[in-house]
Design a protein around this ligand. Structure first.
Ligand code: NAD
Length: 353
């Protein structure tokens, strides 16, 4: 098949992991007779420096002409001035909103090869396989806000419309139907009106799906249950902010934030694929970045936007094989200290396709 992929490396370790991912995708295309065209655009801090805008029109045009978007990460200390009028993250939020990418899928699973280095007891990490479905284009990250520079009062508004909750809960429930048929909805219905609407809507949508077991958790309790009984969860659906925080918390289950992928989808096949991690300025340019989150994001792109399931599986299996062989980047090397660089890790994964 022929596909055009918009590649937005961004800042910090973004370009390092994105380069490895496009090389891996080229290898997948060569092996399977596909033709992938990669078109690169700027986003985030580097785009602010070059054009003044975190998401230049030219980048948006590249994305509009593509079948899918592959993104590294944005941000860094040089663009973190709280009084700045534009921020790198604005580019990301605008991109998600522009394309109406309302459902953010973040799978988290444990790797048997890494369990010994995890901060949680090994028995708790047996068979952890969770799919987070996070609402991505509404809630408190997009609600009315007032920012007063150095003033004494600011506010952000958590606002949801029933239809926004319905569409993301439908995605989550259908995903659960194809998995272990369990849905956990996370909210803060005991305090927030918007979260009472969330819970009511979840209950109503669930009435159509008798085969899926539904559990509700308040977000504060959910943070604890995620660490004390992670294997009991199948699909977790949450609003924008709670989904963001909980899925980052869940990265400790996988071994490192660098291992987690994400897909941001709408109702058709178009999607934005990016690792969950940020630009990691503390390790940028040192060849220490773990490319697994980016590779798994590329695999999700093959699966959801290009319908190439077996090619997606080939990437996932190559990563499993590299880890089983003992290959580690610094973040998952534990005390052994036997870490390989980002590009060395990537080369071994490509050789195992
Ligand atoms: P971060 O995810 O960049 O880093 C957190 C920690 O995890 C750091 O110690 C980092 O070294 C480590 N880490 C992250 N990814 C890794 C990888 N692939 N391999 C090995 N180690 C990895 O979060 P942060 O430090 O809070 O934020 C840094 C910048 O990134 C900030 O400007 C923030 O706004 C931005 N950010 C961007 C995104 C995004 O682009 N989607 C997401 C989160 C944070």
């Amino acid at each position: 098949m022929k596909a055009t992929i918009a590649v937005l490396p961004g800042d910090g370790i973004g370009p390092e992991v994105t380069t490895c991912a496009t090389e891996l995708l080229r290898a997948v295309a060569d092996k399977n007779g596909h033709e992938f065209q990669f078109v690169e655009g700027m986003i985030g801090g580097c785009a602010i420096d070059a054009t003044g805008a975190p998401l230049p029109d030219e980048t948006l045009a590249i994305c509009e002409g593509a079948d899918a978007i592959l993104l590294g990460a944005v941000g860094g200390p040089q663009w973190s001035d709280p009084t700045a009028s534009v921020r790198p993250e604005d580019g990301l939020l605008k991109l998600r909103q522009h394309f109406g990418l309302f459902a953010n899928l973040r799978p988290v699973k444990t790797y048997p090869a890494l369990v010994e280095h995890a901060p949680l007891r090994a028995d708790l990490l047996q068979d952890v396989d969770i799919l987070f479905v996070r609402e991505l284009v509404s809630g408190i990250y997009f609600g009315d806000r007032q920012e007063q520079g150095d003033g004494d009062v600011s506010h952000d508004t958590m606002r949801y419309h029933r239809s926004e909750v319905e569409q993301v809960v439908n995605v989550a429930i259908r995903a659960a139907q194809g998995r272990r048929k369990k849905l956990c909805s996370v909210d803060k219905a005991n305090v927030l009106a918007s979260m009472r609407l969330w819970r009511r809507t979840v209950v109503e949508v669930h009435e159509e799906y008798a085969d899926v077991e539904l559990e509700h958790l308040l977000v504060d309790a959910a943070t604890m249950h995620l660490l004390t009984r992670p294997a009991s969860f199948d699909v977790i659906v949450a609003g924008n902010m709670f989904g963001d925080i909980l899925s980052d918390e869940a990265s400790v289950l996988a071994g490192s934030l660098g291992m987690l992928p994400s897909a941001s989808l709408r109702s058709d096949q178009f999607g934005l694929y990016e690792p969950v991690h940020g630009s990691a300025p503390d390790i940028a340019g040192q060849g220490k970045a773990n490319p697994i989150g980016m590779f798994l994001s590329a695999a999700m792109m093959l699966r959801y936007s290009l319908q190439l399931e077996s090619e997606a599986r080939s990437i996932e299996m190559a990563i499993d094989a590299a880890l089983a062989d003992g290959l580690r980047t610094a973040d998952i090397a534990g005390k052994s200290g036997n870490a390989v660089s980002t590009s060395e890790f990537a080369a071994v994964v490509a050789s195992k396709l």
